[in-house]
Design a protein around this ligand. Sequence first.
Ligand code: ADP
Ligand code: ZN
Length: 203
Amino acid sequence: MDYAGRGGWIEVVSGVMFSGKSEELLRRIRRATLARHQVQVFKSHLDERYGGLQTVSTHSGARIESEPVSSSVEVMERLRPGTSVVGIDEVQFLDHGIVDVANALADGGVRVIAAGTDMDFRGEPFGPMGALLAVAERIDKLQAICVKCGQLATRNQRLIDGRPAPAEGPTIQVGGLESYEARCRACHEVPSLGRAQISLLEG
Ligand code: ADP
Ligand code: ZN
C-alpha cells in the first residue's frame, strides 16, 4: 500500500543486501508512473553492479532508468520542475546532506522514496541511514534469507577470498575484491585483526 499522506513525505526501504529493496523501489516507482506522477530516480555513482550506472537493477534482473549522483547536492541540482516523486537507490553511499535534501524535498511537496542498506558489513549504521530512518514518515525493513541457516537475514557478510572480512577494513571498498552474502545475526562473523596485522594493513 502506498503511503497516503498530503503533500510531501519520506519513505525509506531499508534492510540487508538481497532483501528486495530495489525490487520494492521499482514497484513503487512503477505505480507512481502509472498514477501519472513525474518521477526522477537517482542512484549513488558508487553502485556499479549489474546494469551499470544508468539503471536501478535488482538481483533478479528487473531494471529502470536512473541518474547517477555523487553527492546529495547533485540531487537538488538535477531536480526538474514538476517532479513530484523522487526515488533514490543505494542511499547509504551518499553524504549526510541527503537527510536535509530529503526533508527539503518533502517540505516542498515531493514524495521521496529512498532505498538503502541500513548496516555496514560490521553491523553498524551505514552512513546517513540512521538519520534518514529517524526523519522518515514511513519505514519498511526487509529481510533476506540467511545463506548459512535459512533464517531471516539482517546482516551483510563481507567475504574476502571466501572468508569473513576483518572489522578494520574500509566501510566502502570501491573496486575491492570482496563479495557479500546475507546472514542472520547468529551467523554474521566480523573477526578483529591482531595488532601486527593492523600495522600491516596500514602499511
Ligand atoms: P536489494 O536491493 O535489497 O539488494 P534486490 O531487489 O536487488 O535486493 O534483489 C532481491 C532478490 O535477490 C530476491 O528476490 C532474490 O531473487 C534474490 N536473492 C539472492 N540471494 C538471496 C538471499 N540470500 N535471500 C533472499 N533473496 C535473495
Ligand atoms: Zn543464519
